[in-house]
Design a protein around this ligand. Structure first.
Ligand SMILES: [Zn+2]
Length: 103
């Protein structure tokens, strides 16, 4: 039996970044439009606040898009939900996927 987790977008409030170099985690509150400490221009940092390593160039713009989507969709409450599969098979397919064909 496979369990699925359904959450509304308003419950997906926090996004966590992990620095690939020092593993520092930065948690961003999507409900705050200007949520990152010490910065006023954007939600997400473009470098690690601890070691200063540049984060992937997709991180900051991607999270800014996510924050904008959150701001729009969270107003709708439970009208938009996301479903996460709690179990994934070893080859990365979702439990509901048809079985892979073997040669
Ligand atoms: Zn770091």
């Amino acid at each position: 039996m496979h369990e699925q987790t359904v959450v509304s977008i308003k419950d997906l409030r926090f996004a966590t970044l992990r620095c690939p170099h020092c593993r520092t985690r930065v948690t961003l509150d999507l409900a705050l439009s200007l949520g990152y400490q010490g910065r006023s221009a954007s939600l997400a940092p473009d470098q690690c606040p601890r070691c200063g390593s540049a984060l992937h160039s997709n991180v900051a713009p991607g999270l800014e898009h996510l924050q904008k989507a959150y701001a729009l969709l969270a107003k709708l409450g439970n009208s938009v939900t996301f479903t996460a599969n709690d179990e994934m098979s070893e080859d990365g397919t979702a439990p509901g996927d048809p079985p892979a064909k073997t040669p």
